[in-house]
Write a protein of this length. Structure first.
Length: 557
């Protein structure tokens, strides 16, 4: 028997007519695995596109959840297979491309017409779809060699030199095995495996730049033949390959928490290990569904580990129970005091929020339930001398329900690890009431919100004007789905006023996606100009041919 939400994904949605909320919401989640390259976009009339826009912006997110069979269709959008969409900027010229990432498990599933045995995040909808004993043995063998989970949705990063020729461009997740891709044509270049020993069983999707350098910092959880699992903090200098980072230091955590991001300052890396843990002992009994291993340790604190980036020495502190997927930023007010901002969220959102049975059916009349529930954007003050950790929230002077309840935070990356004032984020109530926010942590009276009913935005990205001195001198980019038109568009907002500058509708829709990243070194000025020149030459030739044709017609008359 066909599932109603699956029909909505695989066929055009039947929607109510007239003025109503959630217009086009189901259409937003239609699978789109079609490949296309360098399609020129046309800005809407009246758009004001900065002439200094350059580089390549890439989105990573789900675009496929089925392979032809009605069995084993992912019932969580977060389990959808990753697709890259790129936007190559050259002033007001933009080239748009899209291509699925192609790890072996994905290609095998395409060939088989059904999801092949592998690790997933969520359970299947029906018990009779679960892996058989023989299939679980196959998955266990894959897990043993690091190939059990290969869907590198949702984030992106660059290791190596800041160059399209020498850069190592990665699609990453909390699995320790990212997918390398070609930033020019988005083709998959193979999975990157960590060194075989010690055993690596998890990584972190959100790398960060070490302050004042082009080094990348991250961590992996590892296990030697003896001893407890430990956290290894790694530094990738531009000359390093993925398999051979420099080890900054290591520590043994109190609990194996679910950790998706962390923060850096000029001197420290800061990790929050929450009382939301992953019980690996349940792996087999949970049929290799990662989110079935999640558990909340009631009454347990959040452990904070602060590692000195020069010595590797680690200080452990504690704060109350909290969970967050995304840190915003951190900085030092002194040698021993750290300010850290993050976006709290319920821990079960990982498992439940993106389940299609709930996500596809938001209330017609909003109940104004936030993605963050009752939690607000929070600031922590960490004193390494006293061990005291305090927290506080921010004023809502503009009286907007969106402004202090947001996630997917981004900042001006030049201020990473430094004192900053502005973060941009994405706020969602009842799934479909989505807004972009600009939060000023120095002066909340300058907070701003962009919201249009039935327009479904995604994580923003800040692009700084070359030569800028002010933190807000640039534009904010987002991908939005116009529910009324049932079409995606590229949106540019002025970062200061937070008002629209430009909009370009896309010839191919982008389903709801997670993260994006701008790679300024990936400049395609010559490619764009050559393409533009070819078009002009073709247009001139066409015009000349048409002129000759008309002249010949006149002579015949």
């Amino acid at each position: 028997m066909a599932r109603p939400w699956l029909l909505l994904l695989l066929a055009p949605a039947v929607l109510r007519t007239g003025e109503c909320e959630n217009q086009g919401w189901q259409k937003y989640f239609t699978e789109n695995s079609e490949e296309f390259h360098d399609l020129p976009l046309v800005w809407q009339q009246g758009s004001q596109v900065p002439s200094w826009l350059y580089g390549t912006y890439i989105r990573n997110g789900a675009a496929r959840i089925s392979f032809g069979s009605s069995r084993r269709v992912s019932n969580s959008w977060l389990d959808g297979w990753a697709k890259l969409h790129s936007f190559k900027f050259d002033g007001d010229s933009v080239l748009f491309s899209g291509k699925m990432l192609e790890p072996p498990n994905y290609l095998e599933s395409v060939e088989a017409g059904e999801l092949v045995p592998q690790t997933t995040l969520n359970r299947f909808e029906r018990e009779d779809e679960e892996w058989t004993l023989a299939e679980k043995i196959k998955i266990a063998a894959k897990v043993a060699v690091g190939t059990g989970f290969q869907n590198t949705n949702p984030a992106l990063w660059r290791l190596g030199h800041k160059s399209i020729d020498k850069g190592i461009y990665l699609a990453v997740t909390d699995s320790p095995v990212p997918m390398r891709f070609n930033i020019t044509d988005l083709s998959s270049l193979g999975l990157e495996y960590p060194s075989w020993y010690p055993l690596t069983f998890s990584g972190c999707a959100h790398y960060v730049r070490e302050v004042g350098t082009d080094n990348s910092l991250n961590f992996m959880r590892k296990k030697r033949l003896t001893g407890k699992p430990y956290v290894e903090v790694q530094r990738y200098r531009p000359e390093h390959i993925f398999q051979a980072p420099e080890v900054v230091g290591e520590f043994i955590p109190e609990k194996l928490s679910s950790v998706h991001s962390f923060s850096v300052t000029e001197d420290y890396a800061v990790f929050f290990f929450y009382p939301a843990v992953i019980d690996a002992k349940k792996y087999w009994s949970a049929n290799f569904h990662v989110f079935e291993l999640l558990d909340w340790l009631e009454g347990q604190p959040t452990d904070i580990y602060v590692m000195d980036l020069k010595t590797g020495n680690t200080t452990q502190l504690q704060t109350g129970p909290i969970y967050s997927v995304h840190h915003v930023n951190a900085y030092q007010t002194s040698e021993k005091e750290i300010i850290l901002d993050l976006c709290p969220t319920p821990f079960h959102n990982l498992r439940d929020y993106l389940k299609l049975e709930t996500m596809m059916n938001p209330p017609a009349v909003s109940e104004w339930v936030s993605t963050n529930k009752d939690s607000e954007f929070t600031r922590f003050k960490i004193n390494l001398d006293s061990g005291l950790v305090t927290s506080s929230t921010f004023d809502n002077t503009i009286e907007s329900r969106f402004i202090n309840q947001f996630d997917f935070p981004v900042i001006n990356e030049r201020y990473r690890g430094k004192r900053y004032c502005v973060t941009y984020g994405w706020s969602a109530f009842d799934y479909s009431r989505t807004a972009l926010v600009k939060k000023n942590v120095c002066d909340p009276t300058q907070d701003k919100v962009w919201y249009v009913e039935n327009h479904y935005s995604t994580e923003p990205w800040f692009m700084e004007r070359p030569g800028a001195r002010d933190e807000e001198d640039g534009v904010v980019l987002s991908l939005v789905f116009d529910g009324d038109a049932e079409q995606s568009y590229l949106l540019l907002l002025d970062a200061v006023s937070f008002t629209p500058l430009a909009r370009a509708y896309l010839p191919h829709n982008i389903p709801w996606s997670n993260h994006g990243m701008h790679f300024p070194e990936a400049n395609f000025h010559s490619t764009t100009r050559k393409s533009s020149s070819n078009k002009q030459n073709k247009a001139k030739k066409s015009a000349k041919a048409e002129t000759k044709k008309k002249s010949k017609s006149k002579e015949e008359l």
